[in-house]
Ligand binder design. Structure first.
Ligand code: 2NL
Length: 334
């Protein structure tokens, strides 16, 4: 049989198969079938040894050329098929709506805090800030709260395991102490922020909550100033028809001290006439002594309230824990 005559037809059928390979797997199959160890071309090459000396050079040259041609076509087809495989199977629908990036929003407690701050700024107050980890001096002693006061008990306050008895602040009064110690009067500040008390969580308590305290120190400041300011803030915040009432109370850092009740359509809707909302009073002379202010020259008032309480009234929320669960179904409503 004529060996040379076999080469061309084999080459042609290999070229055809490579050209027509519909995917990479079929192409690989064709490569193995012709050029693999047991492939048809490889078999031809092996037969070269059986040829006569005269026939061998021409046959070898022809086979090698064919091999080079096949390999170059294989590579070309491989690139084509790889490109095809990387394209999307379905045509792209450019009329589909785009993917929207979800837009975040402020936590309801942040929104209420910002509203309260905005109200206070209208009458000249500035925001003061301080550490959440405090010492007993700034949280209690400077505020005239004696060592045996129940608020200082480990049952009521989170203490850190440090020899200097650091604690998580129970109110932001500690911020006001720090401000008074760092500058002379007059003072007109509010201190919003997170505070901690050792309470078991229920519908109205949480071991951490947000508070705002206000402090005003100047000459000749009176309870009348206090009442007028409180009325202004609550009306600005919750509506003009809001009524405010003061009841005598006791705090170690103010004298006299009051609890503030307020009344509004929302409160009456909750089935109540008055709702306790804040505490306040005239700064105790001992507190002024502690920060180095002369109580014969300076007078002032302070008050504090919980932000959750305001937010719950404003939005009609009946469980404080909702603010801390981070459930998007809740948070998305604000
Ligand atoms: C409440 C009561 C109150 C104050 C906080 C205060 C701060 C200084 C001096 C005097 Cl530096 N007083 N703060 C005064 C009265 C009441 O908070 O029921 N808070 C939730």
């Amino acid at each position: 049989m004529n060996f040379l005559a076999e080469i061309d037809p084999l080459k042609e059928s290999a070229l055809n198969e490579i050209k027509r390979a519909p995917d990479l797997a079929s192409l690989e199959q064709a490569k193995v079938a012709y050029l693999g160890t047991h492939g048809k071309f490889t078999a031809l090459l092996k037969q070269l040894g059986g040829l006569s000396k005269e026939e061998r050079p021409a046959a070898g040259k022809l086979i090698n050329q064919a091999k080079i041609e096949l390999e170059s076509l294989l590579n070309e087809r491989k690139s084509e098929l790889e490109l095809k495989a990387s394209l999307p199977k379905e045509p792209t629908d450019f009329t589909l709506p785009g993917r929207r990036r979800p837009v975040g929003r402020l936590h309801p407690l942040t929104q209420v805090t910002e509203d309260i701050v905005r109200s206070f700024r209208k009458i000249g107050f500035v925001v003061a800030d301080g550490p959440e980890i405090e010492d007993e001096y700034h949280c209690f002693d400077a505020l005239n709260t004696p060592a045996d006061h129940p608020a200082r008990d480990t049952q009521d306050t989170f203490y850190l395991k440090t020899p200097d008895r650091l604690l998580l602040r129970t109110h932001t009064s500690s911020v006001q102490i720090r401000v008074m110690k760092s500058q002379p009067p007059p003072i007109r500040i509010i201190a919003p922020g997170r505070v901690y008390r050792r309470d078991n969580a229920d519908a109205t308590h949480n071991p951490t909550f947000q508070q705002i305290e206000g402090l005003y120190v100047d000459k000749n400041v009176t309870v009348g100033d206090l009442k007028g300011t409180v009325e202004f803030i609550f009306r600005d915040l919750l509506g003009e028809e809001v009524k405010v009432r003061f009841r005598p109370h006791y705090f170690s850092y103010t004298e006299p001290s009051f609890e503030i009740d307020f009344s509004s359509a929302l409160v009456r809707k909750m089935g109540k006439q008055w709702l306790e909302i804040a505490g306040c009073g005239m700064v105790h002379p001992q507190v002024f002594e502690n920060v180095g202010y002369d109580p014969e020259v300076w007078t002032g008032w302070a008050f504090g309230f919980g932000i959750e309480r305001i937010a719950m009234i404003r939005y009609g929320i009946n469980d404080i824990r909702l603010f801390y669960e981070n459930d998007l179904r809740f948070l998305k409503q604000f």
